[in-house]
Write a protein that binds this ligand. Sequence first.
Ligand code: HEM
Ligand SMILES: *[C@@H]1O[C@H](CO)[C@@H](O)[C@H](O)[C@H]1NC(C)=O
Ligand SMILES: *[C@@H]1O[C@H](CO)[C@@H](O)[C@H](O)[C@H]1NC(C)=O
Ligand SMILES: *[C@@H]1O[C@H](CO)[C@@H](O)[C@H](O)[C@H]1NC(C)=O
Ligand SMILES: *[C@@H]1O[C@H](CO)[C@@H](O)[C@H](O)[C@H]1NC(C)=O
Length: 321
Amino acid sequence: MANSLFPTVTVHFAFLLVFFGITSGQLSTNYYSYSCPTLLPTVKSIVASAVAKEPRIGASLLRLFFHDCFVNGCDGSILLDDTPTFTGEKAAKANNNSVRGFELIDQIKSTVEQLCPATVSCADILAISSRDGVVLMGGPTWEVKLGRRDSRTARRALVKKYIPTPSFNLSNLISNFSAQGFSTKDLVALTGAHTIGLSRCVNFREHIYNDSNIDAAFAMRRQAVCPRKSGSDDNNLAPLDPKTIMTFDNHYFKNVLRNKGLLHSDQELLTERYTASLVKFYSRNNDAFFTDFTSAIIKMGDLRPLTGRKGEIRNNCRRKN
Ligand code: HEM
Ligand SMILES: *[C@@H]1O[C@H](CO)[C@@H](O)[C@H](O)[C@H]1NC(C)=O
Ligand SMILES: *[C@@H]1O[C@H](CO)[C@@H](O)[C@H](O)[C@H]1NC(C)=O
Ligand SMILES: *[C@@H]1O[C@H](CO)[C@@H](O)[C@H](O)[C@H]1NC(C)=O
Ligand SMILES: *[C@@H]1O[C@H](CO)[C@@H](O)[C@H](O)[C@H]1NC(C)=O
């Protein structure tokens, strides 16, 4: 009796899994536990060697994840290369010659394909590796929810619509983040990502020459690497957080508090009482920054993932199958 019931129960259970587990759109931290048990340590060790070689790559991965998630959700769309018949997000103004880390994602993907063929999405590799980058640079850790699938499409125009620019004022920033479901507190905590990595002169020129809410000596130091006139120096780099350039900590907020934010948008956080109070709070309390950053970045990873039968598991992160 029990034996003859068993298959029915199994079939029902499988049906329930498909119905609620897979098509409900929910991500889970143990998604690849059975299908690719060594995924997490494999990704971590590749990111660790890359960060040891070039610490900035950790920052670049984090920004890549942000720019992927804010444009149509975390679906790996930013990774697609342009072709004669396809215009993706990569070369959009906010990304072109700016977002980086694609070669590292390729390297991780090809290793993971050998380990667990046709199983792990590029979108998930981005989510895992950006977390690993943050941890390796001294930041907080979190459990990455997984189970995203990769988009088969991308739209360049959406980058302009969703990715904030450094010339934005605070109300622009708040409205762009709230359009994705983020609170003003999430905005301030997430912008703390500017504790690591670099910016090009084109993105901070206006701020160091034309804004008055900037420390004068700091502005002069940056002007030395970023001449007023646009030209061959446009790609010159300066650290977003010069004190601890490649360490993920709350020093970014100390800079902003002292009018030493590199981007106009960074310094905007000080222009209203509520956001200024958060800047002050995080500048004094690293644990609070880590806690709020962690919950906001997990929320970012939940942005409109493709699950179930939507999208695909790409063979190569640069093109659809
Ligand atoms: C609040 C709105 C934001 C604006 C306007 C903004 C803008 C920028 C700009 C202009 C750069 C320099 C890019 C270049 O010059 O090539 C940059 C770098 C960076 N951004 Fe943001 N960002 C914002 C929010 C975020 C968020 C939410 C994250 C991640 C959670 C993030 C992570 C980074 C990182 C890590 C870098 C350094 C990348 C590297 O060195 O390769 N940013 N951002
Ligand atoms: C992206 O940058 C390259 C220079 O590296 C340039 O040739 C190309 O036209 C740019 N693409 C777009 C769409 O602006
Ligand atoms: C912010 O910029 C928008 C234009 O994008 C402008 O309409 C608004 O008045 C500005 N807000 C403040 C407080 O400066
Ligand atoms: C982001 O803000 C800019 C400037 O205020 C606006 O043009 C754009 O539509 C906003 N995007 C979203 C998705 O709210
Ligand atoms: C600063 O403002 C002046 C006057 O509005 C303008 O001519 C100039 O192009 C702006 N930008 C820089 C980098 O000086």
